[in-house]
Every structure is written in C-alpha cells, then in structure tokens.
Design a protein around this ligand. Structure first.
Ligand SMILES: Nc1ncnc2c1ncn2[C@@H]1O[C@H](COP(=O)(O)OP(=O)(O)OP(=O)(O)O)[C@@H](O)[C@H]1O
Length: 253
C-alpha cells in the first residue's frame, strides 16, 4: 500500500471561529475512507480546503507526493481531486450525457476554431467523448436516460450522475459529500454497492462524508471523526465506532 493523500496540520479560521484545526489525514491508494462527525464539525470545510475553495492558513496537502497546498480549484482538479456536493450541483438544463461530457473536457481538447467550423479533429474528439460518456453512464445504469434533461431524473439518479460526472475528470481521489443524503434505504443499499464497484473497477481512492452509519460501517475501512474542527478519533472503522469518546460526542446523540 502507498499513501495517496497526506494532509498535515491543516487549519482555517473564519473570523474568530477556528473551523478546522491541526487536521492530519493519511489515505492509502484504493482505500475507502470516511469522514464523520456532528453537524458543524468542519467536514465540508475540510473538503473545501482539499479542493481549493478555501486556502488553508496552516498546514500542507500532498496528493501522490505533489504539493497542492493553497492551489486554485482548477489546478487541484487537474492534479486529480474530484468531488460531489452535499446539495446536488448538476447542469440541470443540460442532458444527462452532456453533464458527463462537461467532466471529460478536462482531458479532451479541440480549438475554438475547430469547434466552430466542425473540423475533423472536433468531430473525432466529440465522437470519443460521446463513447466515453456513454461507457460511464452504463456503469451507473444511467445510459437509458442519456438524452433526458438532468433536472428530470429522480433524485437518487441525480446523485449517481454527479458521481459519474466527477469520475469523468479521471481523478486519483474522489470526494463524496453526503452521497446518501435524501436517499431511501433501498437507494442507499444500491449506492453502497456502487461505491464499492467504483473503487474496485476504477481502482479509485474514495473519501466520503456521511451521516448514515449503516453506509459508513458497511463500506468504510478507516474513519476520522471530527468534533469542533479537531480530530477526535482516527483509525479502523470498528475501533473508531467503539471508541467511548466517539460514542459520547457523536453516536450517542
Ligand atoms: N465560509 C464560511 N464563513 C464562515 N463560517 C463558515 C464558513 N464555512 C463554514 N463555516 C463554519 O465552519 C463550521 C464548520 O462548518 P462545516 O460546514 O464544515 O461543517 P460540517 O461538519 O460539514 O457540517 P454538516 O454535517 O452540517 O454539513 C461551522 O460553524 C460553519 O458555520
């Protein structure tokens, strides 16, 4: 096993509030890792720090040994971190297929002139992108909805589409922010199978924020618990979930 994500001493304050403090995290390649904790503990802020939405005021973020600390969102995306959001952020007026193609644009290029004039390189790249996007949709059982407007998909399918779009950027690390939010138990069960499938088939490393403890205990191999912006516990899932401090601060709520 080798380390993919290495975060040391990460921190940020908003005015007088220390939202994340002295945060350390190591994730191995192809690991399924969970970040849990009470509301307002700082979990989404950690994602925002890892993806360049916020600049940390202390600490370091290394991805595969590359220093991404303080880099812009677009540079971090190119370096290989992709994410989904707590509140789904799809291009609702675009088709399901086009939503995935937006993700693919990170890697496929044609010039503006080639695009406007529909030159051969544009047509070749478009064809490749359509094929790749359809392959990704198949993985998520969404190919039959390819021509639907994203807004017309049921909620659970929209969440899947967000994951497909994030994967289209060909990331090394996939961050999922509450992927099971708003799902019923059946949908959550399917989602768990799908996350495992993505890890196994794409050899993906996944860090997820989740409140659904069935999902967390069912698929995460390691956990970090945040509380008031600080790491309360870290380690193997069963050890962390049996830690009396974690039960008191979070699970016993
Ligand atoms: N841009 C910001 N400006 C000011 N305060 C912020 C900002 N972003 C986050 N915070 C504060 O930082 C703290 C951590 O918020 P964060 O959203 O990271 O928590 P969370 O653990 O993701 O919570 P939840 O489980 O409810 O999503 C909260 O007190 C929040 O109000």
């Amino acid at each position: 096993m080798s380390t993919l994500l290495d975060v040391k001493n990460l921190g940020i304050s908003f005015g007088g509030l220390r939202a994340v403090n002295d945060f350390d995290l190591k994730i191995q390649k192809e690991e399924l890792y969970g970040l849990i904790g009470p509301n307002g503990a700082g979990k989404t802020t950690v994602f925002n720090l890892l993806t360049g939405v916020y600049k940390p005021d202390s600490g370091k973020v290394l991805l595969d040994g590359k220093d991404l600390t303080g880099k812009k969102n677009i540079e971090i995306s190119k370096a290989g971190i992709a994410r989904t959001f707590q509140n789904i952020r799809l291009f609702k007026e675009l088709t399901v297929l086009d939503n995935v193609k937006v993700g693919l644009h990170n890697h496929h290029h044609y010039s503006t002139i080639e695009g406007i004039l529909r030159l051969p390189n544009y047509r070749k790249v478009e064809k490749e992108m359509n094929e790749k996007a359809m392959e990704l949709l198949k993985v998520f059982d969404l190919e039959k909805f390819a021509s639907y407007k994203a807004a017309n998909l049921p909620y659970g399918q929209q969440r899947k589409l967000e994951i497909a779009r994030a994967l289209a950027t060909d990331p090394k690390l996939l961050l999922l922010d509450e992927p099971a939010a708003g799902m019923n138990p059946n949908e959550t069960g399917e989602l768990m199978d799908m996350i495992r499938f993505v890890r196994d088939e794409f050899h993906m490393t996944i860090l997820l924020i989740e409140h659904d403890m069935k999902l967390v205990s069912g698929i995460c191999e390691e956990l970090t618990v945040l509380n008031f912006g600080e790491v309360l516990a870290q380690g193997k899932t069963t050890d962390v979930l049996n830690d009396p401090q974690v039960i008191k601060a979070y699970l016993g709520e």
